[in-house]
Design a protein around this ligand. Sequence first.
Ligand code: BTN
Length: 145
Amino acid sequence: MVQATPFLLVLFLALGAHGASVKKCSLIGRWVNDLGSNMTITTVNANGVFAGSYHTAVTATMNEIRLSPLQGALQRTNQKGQPTFGFTVNWSFSDSITVFTGQCFVDDDGKEILKTMWLLRSRVESIKNDWKATRVGINVFTRMQ
Ligand code: BTN
């Protein structure tokens, strides 16, 4: 029994640490990215379909920035935590559309981080300009306090 106690303690701590890495990563809430853009995810349904709004800090246009709707899907096939997701922002102030894909991670401090890549498709006047219509980049989101 004396020898079993340290073993059980280590097992308990290991399970606790594992639990910490899988417990969070709910997309619901307010997020800010490395550009200063804000995103609010208001609903995630049982199938992982979610919706919210996006306020970008930057634009490729000369237009006045306005709040824009987003719709996405959270991968729910497994329950291993740190899920992948994708969402589309349909810009309400420009002719463009952006798709994001990413994964929700929990770091060593238990902080949630959304690592994403995006494609921003701008409208061009003719097919000759198609080659310059798509931008690509990464954004990292953290939860707003
Ligand atoms: C536009 O300029 O036509 C719409 C706004 C695009 C904003 C882009 S989307 C990818 C990147 N991440 C952001 O938070 N904003 C920019």
